[in-house]
Ligand binder design. Structure first.
Ligand SMILES: [Zn+2]
Length: 146
């Protein structure tokens, strides 16, 4: 995938988030963000990673090595978005594998409906990878169906 495709993929995801009623900004202290990242990563058998305060940057980012969260991005949705990047690895970008993990985290930690998220993602022309291609959460198989 070239750089332009990667940017387009990211923009499609940002649009989907922006138009979703569950998207939130700036509503959690950094300590809480760090705790949620630790939990989300543990769910996927990943060790805790460095989470920075995003000093001097205006956007959040995350990969398998760390996450930066400037003040305006300290919310559950941003945290779970970046946690998903840290779980699947930065090279995956906002692809269908990343999206599946992100949706799983949104359902698990925000109580959102999996069906609803799959539906709205589809309506925004976003693809969700099949489970066998994705990292699996530890409790898979004993989770309640939504
Ligand atoms: Zn992202």
């Amino acid at each position: 995938m070239n750089e332009l495709d990667l940017k387009e993929e990211a923009l499609m995801v940002y649009l989907w988030e922006d138009f979703s009623e569950w998207f939130s900004r700036n509503d959690m202290p950094l300590v809480k963000c760090k705790k949620l990242i630790k939990k989300a990563r543990y769910r996927y058998n990943r060790p805790n990673i460095r989470v920075g305060a995003g000093k001097g940057i205006s956007y959040a980012w995350g990969n398998e090595f760390g996450i930066e969260l400037p003040r305006t991005t300290r919310s559950k949705t941003y945290v779970l978005h970046e946690a998903a990047h840290s779980i699947v690895g930065g090279l995956q970008g906002h692809n269908s594998i990343w999206l599946r993990v992100y949706i799983d985290l949104l359902c698990t930690y925000m109580g959102l409906s999996k069906r609803g998220l799959f539906k709205s993602a589809r309506e925004s022309n976003l693809q969700v990878a099949p489970l066998y291609k994705c990292p699996r959460p530890r409790s898979y198989g004993i989770m309640k169906k939504k």
